[in-house]
Every structure is written in structure tokens, then in C-alpha cells.
Design a protein around this ligand. Structure first.
Ligand SMILES: Cc1cc2nc3c(=O)[nH]c(=O)nc-3n(C[C@H](O)[C@H](O)[C@H](O)COP(=O)(O)OP(=O)(O)OC[C@H]3O[C@@H](n4cnc5c(N)ncnc54)[C@H](O)[C@@H]3O)c2cc1C
Length: 523
């Protein structure tokens, strides 16, 4: 008999388990995959010695998280290590120019000023204001929603920054990226560079709510940096799993939970695919997409009909594809060798291009020229590849889960298993236009389609990297549903955590840690 059984060893489930076991709870974590981590995994998928972050690569959220602040010593003892990138993110443009954000504020502002001196100045002002704003914004994003913590964070922000700041911040949260960027900057290139962050989620430039990510990611990367896991993003998973084991917690791998058992109206056990039943005295915690919990793991209950109908209509975001390359050398960027130093190079040249890609994908079409996030981890952390060799992490944003056709009208198939390699060829050709010679430098390649993502991790329904669209009607108080944003469910003893719950997608350990604290008290 355990105090808590956690379903799913994603980083949120592990964060909850680490906290509960540190508080003396007897905890078991059950994971269907052969290894823990969910959307945070590092593996040699191309050639021996080339370690690829299969999914998440940027651990900036985790590095700045309250969970890490609470468990830094324990996790460091169990091997956690980061590397920081001095050159953070950039965009390469088709006219062979580029713009990028580096740790060095002067260097960034000077680059921006080449396109617009006024924007260079505005960037500096925004960064200096962000230093005062960040604690308040992260105070809001790091509290359960709703909670007294949110009220306290709002009160503190009001006292420190005034009512007008609160109003402006609320307006920012509801604005589209384009509205925000047009109000602040002149250069279309700077606007494109910042708006690309919205596409990491599912915010094309004109979607309400997208301004926050264009603003926050740009300012946070400038001010706090991009953190990569030393040797791979899985450093956080190994550290959490080892920490859990050291605290007496158990991790059961390679066996799915097939059923959540309820007796006397309370979730009190889980049934595993291998036939075992694990009993949970105080809580069953599901780090699982709510559609899977209420659609598959629980038996229907007439008392839950209305809730189940609402939760089963929780919307997925668009799909994504990952292309991992083992390379003999980094891309030879036409825009300048300096781009080889950056963690991320976005190929998302304009707001119009991003809007078009989103429209194509949502209409079921393979985008003609998708938005690409080209990650260059070995530029920052050479330990991930053999000497003088490199890897490339290419995320294709955004794609249809179910393909109806091709915007370029050259791919006729609609089955991801059949078309993924051909579509990956299109992506490589697209990068080639910015970095000629790339194809000749490829030593190995692994392509993960939206379907492959879901096969590895059922939470990524249709290859949705967010585990649920982040549009305003599914964010904040509405994640996953209005009235259920504090991790409880209509089933007593059953709690949710993970990307489908507040504060949503990203490697922040936010929901797992907040739920852990709600159940067992503060760290
Ligand atoms: C391609 C990609 C790139 C990304 N890049 C970044 C990035 O650079 N930075 C960033 O911050 N975020 C990134 N994200 C988002 C981030 O990785 C996720 O939001 C986050 O990892 C989700 O964590 P989680 O704890 O909610 O659950 P998940 O990581 O989804 O893990 C859930 C676990 O539950 C398991 N599970 C599900 N059902 C069952 C069951 N019935 N029984 C047992 N186990 C079960 C799954 O196998 C999985 O291991 C990316 C995501 C993807 C897909």
C-alpha cells in the first residue's frame, strides 16, 4: 500500500513524487514507456555517440523554477548539470541577414539598431523594465490558479508597480503578438524574431493571447538565458529519478496503467497492464492527458456525465515533427558564421509566413514552407557528439495531425508513416536555402512524425507538443477546465498534473510541484 501512486513519469509526475517522498509519503510512479521522462528524453537515435534530445531541449523554465530552487542541492547531488548559452536565439532571413539575442545586451541592441535605431533603444528599455516586472509576472505564473498566492502576487504587484501596470499586463496577456509588436517596434525583422516564440506554442501572430510568449520568452532569454542539460536534457530526469529512489520512492517502468480503481467514491488503486494492482491510500496522481484519464482509465459514471463531456472536448494543439541530424559540421549559414554559435536559429521570416503556415496546418495541409526551430546543442555542449562532430535538433512547427493534402501539392500521401521521410526532405531543402551544403554533411538522420510522438508518449495526442492548445479559452483559469484548474477532479482522491493543467506546457515542473505542495505542504 502506497500513500500515492503517480501515473506517468513525465517531469511533472516525477516532481510531484520527489516532493511527496521528501515529505515522508510512500510513493510509486508507474510509466508505460521503457524509460522515464515523457517529452524530456535523450537518446542516440542517429549514430552511436550522438546524443539527441528527442523532444524538449531548452530547460530555461526548469532552471528558473521554484521546484529547482527547493531541490537544487538534492538534484545536483544526483547529477543534475546545465550549460548556459551566451548566444540564445536568432532568426535567419531569406535576404541573408540575421538578428539574434545574446547574453551581451549591447551586442543585441546594436544588432537591432542596424534595422531600426529606435527599436534598439526600445529593446534596452523593455529589458530594463523587465528586471522589475519579472518577479511579479513569474509570481503570477508560479502560483496555483486561482489561489491566495495569486491574490498576494497581484497585491504585491499593485503595491510595487501600480494599477496601470496591472492593467497593461492583463492587456498584454490578452493581446496578439502582432498587436503588441506593432505597438512597440518598427522593424519587421525584429517583430518576426520575437513572434517566432508564439509558434513554439500554438500562437500565430494574430491569435489573442500570443503576445505574452513573444514578450516573455524574448525578455527571459535575454535576461536569464537558455539552459541546456549538460550531456542532454535527460539530466533532469535522471536526477529526479535518482533522488526519488534515494528517498525510498519506486519507479515502475514499461507497464501502463490500464485502469484507475474507485471504491466508495474514491480513487484508491491503479491496475497495471501486467496485472498488478497498486493501492494508494491518499492520492492517485495522473501525469496523464485528461482525455485519456476520463476517456480510457476510468469507467463511466452517470454523476460525471457533464464533466466528462466537457473534458473530452479539451482541444489539442497542432502537431509537430522532430528531425534529428548527426552532422560532420554545423550548418554553414549564408547570413553569417556567427549564427553557428546560437542555441536556436528560427526559420520563420515574417509574421505573414507564420500566419500562412498556421492556416495551412489547421486546414489539414502539409505547410509548403513550415516554421522551423533549428537547435544547435553541440554549439553549446560539445559533449553530445564525438569530437568535431555535431547534432542538429529540428522542430517543425506546426503540422496537421491528420493530413488532408499538401499546400505545395507535391506529396500525395496522407499517412504520416508513409510521408514523413519525404516531408523531412522538404525541411532539409528549406534549411539548405539558408545553409547550403547541409545535406552533404548529414551522417545520420532520424525523423519523428506527429504519429511517432504519440506512439512514444500518449499524452502527445496527434503529435501535439503542448498536451492541449494554449489558446486563452484553455489557459489560466480554464486549464484544463473552468472550475478544475487546481489539479482536483470530480473523483475524490484523483488528482491531475502535467502540461494539460496550469501553468501548461513546458519543462517548468510547475504543476507537479504545486500539486505536491497542495497535498503534503511546502518544501
Ligand atoms: C517536440 C517537443 C519539443 C519541446 N520542446 C520544449 C522545450 O525546448 N522546452 C520546454 O520547456 N518545453 C518543450 N516542450 C514541451 C515539454 O516537453 C512538455 O510540455 C513537458 O515535457 C510535459 O511534461 P509532463 O510532465 O506534463 O508530461 P509528459 O512529458 O507528457 O509525460 C507524461 C508521461 O506519462 C506517461 N503515461 C501516459 N499515459 C500513461 C499510462 N496510462 N500509464 C503509464 N504511463 C503513462 C507517458 O508515457 C509519459 O512518459 C516540447 C515538447 C515536444 C513534444
Amino acid at each position: 500500500m502506497y500513500d500515492a501512486v503517480v501515473i506517468g513519469a513525465g517531469h511533472n509526475g516525477l516532481a510531484a513524487a520527489v516532493h511527496l517522498s521528501a515529505k515522508g509519503w510512500k510513493v510509486a510512479v508507474v510509466e508505460q514507456a521503457a524509460e522515464p521522462g515523457g517529452a524530456v528524453k535523450t537518446r542516440e537515435v542517429t549514430l552511436p555517440g550522438f546524443r539527441h534530445d528527442l523532444y524538449a531541449m531548452n530547460l530555461g523554465l526548469f532552471a528558473g523554477s521554484p521546484f529547482l530552487a527547493a531541490y537544487r542541492d538534492a538534484l545536483t547531488k544526483h547529477g543534475l548539470a546545465f550549460v548556459d548559452a551566451a548566444d540564445r536565439f536568432a532568426t535567419a532571413f531569406p535576404d541573408d541577414t540575421w538578428l539574434g539575442v545574446s547574453q551581451d545586451l549591447d551586442a543585441t541592441a546594436q544588432r537591432i539598431a542596424v534595422f531600426s535605431p529606435a527599436d534598439g533603444q526600445r529593446w534596452r528599455t523593455m529589458v530594463s523594465e523587465f528586471a522589475a516586472d519579472a518577479p511579479h509576472i513569474f509570481g503570477l505564473l508560479g502560483s496555483p490558479m486561482p489561489s491566495w498566492g495569486i491574490v498576494r502576487a497581484l497585491w504585491k504587484a499593485y503595491r510595487a508597480r501600480g494599477a496601470a501596470w496591472l492593467g497593461d499586463t492583463a492587456r498584454l496577456m490578452m493581446s496578439s503578438a502582432r498587436t503588441f509588436l506593432d505597438a512597440n517596434f518598427q522593424s519587421d525583422k525584429l517583430k518576426a524574431m520575437m513572434a517566432a516564440w508564439g509558434m513554439h506554442l500554438d500562437f500565430p501572430p494574430d491569435m489573442a493571447g500570443g503576445a505574452l510568449f513573444a514578450y516573455l520568452e524574448s525578455m527571459a532569454e535575454q535576461s536569464f538565458g537558455i539552459a541546456l542539460g549538460k550531456g542532454g536534457a535527460d539530466t533532469i530526469i535522471r536526477a529526479m529519478a535518482n533522488c526519488l529512489a534515494a528517498q525510498g520512492g519506486e519507479l515502475h517502468l514499461g507497464t501502463a496503467v490500464e485502469r484507475i480503481e474507485i471504491s466508495d467514491g474514491r480513487a484508491n488503486a491503479v491496475r497495471l497492464a501486467d496485472g498488478r494492482v497498486l493501492e494508494a491510500r491518499r492520492a492517485v496522481i495522473a501525469n496523464v492527458h485528461p482525455k485519456l484519464i476520463f476517456g480510457k482509465l476510468l469507467t463511466a459514471d452517470s454523476k460525471r456525465t457533464a464533466f466528462d463531456r466537457r473534458i473530452l472536448s479539451f482541444r489539442s494543439g497542432p502537431g509537430t515533427m522532430m528531425i534529428h541530424l548527426a552532422l560532420s559540421s554545423l550548418p554553414d549559414w549564408r547570413a553569417g558564421e556567427a549564427l553557428q554559435r546560437f542555441s536556436y536559429v528560427h526559420l520563420a521570416p515574417s509574421l505573414e509566413a507564420m500566419a500562412q503556415v498556421y492556416t495551412e496546418a489547421m486546414g489539414g495541409l502539409l505547410p509548403n514552407q513550415p516554421v522551423l526551430v533549428v537547435g544547435q546543442p553541440t554549439a553549446i555542449d560539445p559533449s553530445r557528439a564525438p569530437e568535431r562532430r555535431h547534432i542538429l535538433w529540428v522542430q517543425v512547427r506546426v503540422l496537421p495531425a491528420k493530413v488532408r493534402g499538401d499546400a505545395a501539392e507535391s506529396i500525395s500521401g496522407t499517412n504520416w508513416d508513409e510521408i514523413k521521410e519525404t516531408y523531412a526532405d522538404r525541411v532539409i531543402e528549406q534549411i539548405e536555402r539558408y545553409a547550403p551544403g547541409l545535406a552533404a554533411n548529414i551522417l545520420g538522420r532520424a525523423v519523428l512524425s506527429p504519429l511517432d510522438l504519440e506512439r512514444d508518449n500518449p499524452n502527445l495526442i496527434g503529435g501535439d507538443s503542448l498536451s492541449g492548445s494554449h489558446h486563452l479559452d484553455q489557459s489560466f483559469l480554464f486549464r484544463p477546465l473552468a472550475g478544475w484548474s487546481r489539479y482536483k477532479t470530480p473523483v475524490n482522491g484523483l488528482y491531475l498534473c502535467g502540461a494539460a493543467t496550469w501553468p501548461g506546457a513546458g519543462v517548468s515542473a510547475g504543476s507537479g510541484f504545486m500539486l505536491g505542495k497542495m497535498l503534503a505542504g511546502r518544501a
